[in-house]
Design a protein around this ligand. Structure first.
Ligand SMILES: *Cc1c(COP(=O)(O)O)cnc(C)c1O
Length: 427
């Protein structure tokens, strides 16, 4: 089974796009564009796909905060009892502000600052996913100062090809992430000898937008082999964290159904445990597959600009609002919020930012006029969170739709806010 194209929360009625019970055109009119719109039911449906497949098994799901860190979105997951995966002290603050619990939060990331370690130890996070010996040393020292023991897992790099975009592939030897596979056993011995660390698990995260199960199983097999070696050295591994990275459908990809994916991974790990008479907890850290298809970006066509070689539709959203096309040449489906019967033409959909790389879609055939609102689909993950203020553009507003209600999850930034912390030279 593969994932459906988009969540049912986004549907058309008489040619008009709806987000649950609210028309996208009404949202654009009321809140302005560019506007990120999320669907609560789409978020909870993706959550349940993971949680239901984990039910009755020793498995927990940690929402990767970096994919979408809006407090209202995190709160939807916190209300479902989710755990979280963070990569900074700032993300920990967001989790706590959104009603998440530190004891259900794992702290990933390759360069944790001592202040972030301190904050996480004081809050009582569930585990630090550590990526190097210097980081172990630093964490051991910080925990010692606080008179605490830090729960740690080592992120190992299984050197498997996740077959995704090079910028979002993280499990190859050439990546900056994780402890090299060959050095992992010795690194575990070093960690186990540090007085202020408590070794509890092992983790890997091989990349993002992975559309096949095979690279996960390859990575898990290698990790399980390592677990056997580490345990033969007398260090017990309580949990195996398989990371995130499951892909979604942006266009014609065929990523596995979330439930099938979870069951396949758990079956593999449980089968290994059964052979040696051990059960271990399994952690998942999904980001994109929870939020990606639960959000859209609404944008208004400013001008149609016909050209000798190309026609351009210049819209009010840009690479600063949605960086993925400029950064990864990522594809997002784009469609008018209200369909027109007129003849369609082929356009490059571009923003107003002064960069040729500022495009959102290429060669899209659409029946549109200036003033029309377009929906950029699959924008819930790595959308708003990667937005910037380049060209002094205030960041977009975010709205969370719940049934027939629209809730402002983040107000549109103002230009005044953008330079409120800047200071002229004194006289
Ligand atoms: C980014 C990241 C995730 C989430 O990745 P997705 O592709 O969004 O599922 C999970 N774990 C770690 C360590 C990450 O860096």
């Amino acid at each position: 089974m593969t994932q459906p194209a988009f969540n049912r929360a986004f549907h058309r009625d008489n040619g008009t796009l709806f987000v649950e019970g609210v028309s996208a055109a009404d949202l654009a009119a009321q809140y302005g564009t560019p506007l990120y719109v999320y669907s609560r039911s789409a978020l909870t449906a993706a959550w349940h796909a993971y949680a239901d497949a984990c039910a009755g098994r020793r498995a927990t799901v940690h929402v990767a905060v970096k994919a979408n860190s809006n407090l209202a979105v995190l709160n939807v997951f916190a209300r479902e009892g989710a755990g979280f995966d963070i990569v900074s002290g700032g993300e920990l603050a967001r989790v706590l502000a959104a009603g998440g619990k530190a004891e259900n939060t794992v702290f990933s990331g390759v360069g944790k600052h001592p202040d972030e370690m301190r904050m996480a130890l004081e809050a009582g996070v569930k585990c630090f996913n550590v990526e190097s010996i210097p980081e172990l040393d630093r964490l051991n020292a910080v925990a010692g100062e606080l008179g605490k023991k830090a729960p740690v897992s080592l992120r190992v790099n299984p050197d498997v090809d996740a077959k995704t975009h090079p910028y979002i592939s993280t499990g190859l030897k050439s990546n900056k992430f994780g402890v090299a596979f060959d050095e992992a056993r010795a690194t575990y011995r070093a960690a186990a000898a540090m007085p202020h660390l408590d070794v509890v698990g092992i983790d890997c995260h091989i990349g993002s937008q992975i559309t096949e199960v095979a690279p996960y199983l390859d990575a898990i097999d290698k990790v399980l082999e390592l677990v056997d070696q580490i345990e033969s050295d007398g260090v017990h591994i309580h949990h195996i964290d398989v990371g995130g990275g499951l892909g979604i459908r942006y266009d014609d990809e065929t990523p596995p159904d979330i439930g099938d994916f979870v069951r396949t991974v758990l079956d593999r790990i449980e089968a290994h445990g059964a052979k040696i008479g051990k059960t271990r907890e399994v952690y998942f850290e999904p980001g994109r597959s929870l939020v990606g298809n639960a959000g859209i970006l609404l944008t208004t066509v400013e001008f149609l600009k016909p050209g000798a070689e190309k026609n351009f539709a210049i819209v009010d959203a840009a690479m600063n609002d949605l960086a993925r096309p400029a950064m990864y040449e990522a594809y997002h489906a784009i469609e008018p919020v209200t369909e027109r019967a007129d003849a369609a033409h082929t356009y490059d959909i571009v923003g107003p930012v002064c960069e040729s790389g500022d495009w959102l879609g290429r060669e899209r055939t659409l029946a549109i006029e200036a003033g029309d609102v377009l929906a950029i689909r699959s924008a819930g993950a790595y959308g708003f969170v990667m937005s910037s203020n380049y060209n002094t553009r205030p960041r977009a507003a975010e709205v969370l739709v719940d049934g027939t209600r629209a809730h402002v999850a983040r107000e549109r930034e103002t230009v005044q806010q953008l330079f409120a912390g800047e200071h002229l030279l004194p006289d």
